[in-house]
Ligand binder design. Structure first.
Ligand code: NAD
Length: 446
């Protein structure tokens, strides 16, 4: 069993730390956020991720998992240091690597003298960062005699199913210059059952695999959404995009920033990443399309009450980074609409980010008095809603289903004006509906 330090303990780092501890390793999580470290020590998680809390609590109790602010303590016995700090978008769209640089400096500085440490990069880093890091670690160790190897091990977990993704990865990518270091990292993953496929390569290739993979997935989504928009106009059912999961577009902590960073890297190297630019543009358009659908029914959005079901960028997480709902709500507010919202996990996180939005405790209270309901995150509890109750509590029963969660015919039969993404407008039943005049009474914000 190995001694492992995990640097950065949020979505990726916390899953990595807890799951390696569960495999029997001794793990110390190191973070610079005092509140987070203190709460983690008591078994309180900074994020919502299904199944993670019990693994953290069990391994804290078993003495295999600890958290600290102190690199000295974190590296005292470490043979491996997994770097899991953030690499958000910078002002020009580039990956901001300041957290990686600071972590590399601390790793170099605090690795005990004469110790050999394998630094495993899980964070998504621009191509070339791993090679830079090897030099930076040496410089920061300042002649202590500590030696370093760097292995790039890009992370492919998906928030919402991160624990399962750690336990059953499709593949583990390991890029390095030293075959022995690669094999030592591989041996940590061989404790998983069944053993995952391991792809061995050099550092820049491993770094590129991560960007290429996210760019490919984002391209698939924008491609599907473009086809959906065309189908919606042409009403061609033969190539209906129904099974292609058309929707309000991708969001989250990875696809937006990684596609942007790859396009930025490409431009800086003199390439013309036209496809990636189109992918991003189509994704932006999908947010606006939702508004167009609401406007087409209600006209001017001033004084309209719009309710939003789902805020997180996908179900089973509380992560709001680049969530389509956030941008759509800002657009609605800029057009004078009052917005009410509900998310099963992200309400708390949304409180600061969405001033002026009334956050409700369930789907029925959010629908109360609404002129339109926007379904933006396909949480499974929204599939099981008592739809007649929702229709009854709305002022005007317009539903814009940004995730194609509901059956169009069923929705129309239940009395909704139903609009989705890439699906032709269903035939209305009964007398045509017209929206009532906008309300004027103020909506309270909590
Ligand atoms: P995050 O921003 O949520 O968490 C980063 C953590 O690192 C924070 O807790 C922060 O306090 C800590 N930190 C910052 N600087 C530090 C330092 N110098 N020393 C120690 N701790 C430090 O990031 P995340 O979502 O967990 O992602 C981490 C990396 O993994 C990113 O590069 C991301 O692109 C990549 N990734 C993320 C996901 C995902 O689903 N979130 C999936 C695959 C890959």
């Amino acid at each position: 069993m190995a001694n492992i330090a995990v640097i950065g303990t949020n979505y990726v780092g916390l899953v990595t730390a807890a799951c390696f501890a569960e495999l029997g390793n001794q793990v110390v999580g190191v973070d610079i956020d005092p509140g987070k470290v203190e709460r983690l020590g008591r078994g309180q998680l900074p994020i919502y991720e299904p199944g993670l809390e019990e693994i953290v609590v069990q391994n804290l109790k078993a003495g295999r998992l600890r958290f600290t602010l102190d690199y000295n303590e974190g590296l005292k016995k470490a043979e491996f240091a997994f770097v899991c700090v953030g690499t958000p978008s910078g002002v020009e769209g580039e990956a901001d690597t300041s957290q990686v640089k600071s972590a590399a400096h601390s790793l170099g500085q605090y690795t005990p003298a004469k110790r050999s440490l394998i630094v495993v990069n899980k964070s998504t880093m621009p191509i070339g960062t791993g090679e830079w890091m090897l030099q930076a670690l040496g410089r920061a160790s300042n002649g202590s005699g500590a030696t370093f190897q760097v292995v790039s091990n890009p992370e492919f977990l998906r928030e919402g199913s991160a624990v399962d993704d750690f336990r059953h990865p499709d593949r583990v990518v390991l890029g390095g210059t030293d075959p022995e270091a690669i094999e030592r990292v591989a041996s940590l993953y061989r404790d998983l059952q069944p053993e995952p496929p391991i792809i061995r390569t050099d550092i820049p290739s491993a770094e590129m695999i991560k960007y290429a993979s996210n760019a490919f997935l984002a391209t698939k989504i924008s491609f599907i959404n473009e086809i959906a928009s065309i189908c919606e106009r042409l009403g061609d059912r033969r190539i209906s995009p129904e099974y292609l999961e058309a929707g309000v577009g991708y969001g989250g902590s990875c696809f937006p920033k990684d596609v942007k960073a790859l396009a930025h890297m490409a431009s800086m190297a003199g390439a013309h990443p036209q496809l990636l630019r189109a992918v991003m543009e189509i994704n932006r358009d999908m947010r606006r399309l939702v508004l167009q659908k609401v406007r087409a029914e209600l006209g001017n959005l001033e004084e309209r009450t719009i309710c939003v079901l789902g805020l997180a960028f996908k179900p089973n997480t509380d992560d709001l980074r680049e969530a389509p709902a956030i941008e759509i709500i800002h657009l609605l507010q800029s057009e004078g609409a009052r917005v009410k919202a509900y998310d099963p996990a992200a309400n708390e996180a949304a409180r600061e980010m969405l001033p002026g939005v009334e956050l409700c405790s369930d789907a029925y209270s959010v629908a109360e008095g609404a002129d339109a309901l926007l379904l933006l995150t396909p949480w499974s509890e929204f599939r099981r809603l008592d739809l007649p109750r929702v229709a009854h509590s709305m002022r005007y029963p317009l539903v814009v289903d940004g995730r194609n969660l509901y059956d169009p015919t069923d929705m129309v039969e239940r009395g909704f004006k139903y609009r989705a993404i890439g699906r032709p407008v269903p035939e209305a039943v009964g007398a045509p509906l017209a929206p009532p005049a906008p309300t004027v009474e103020p909506v309270l914000t909590r």
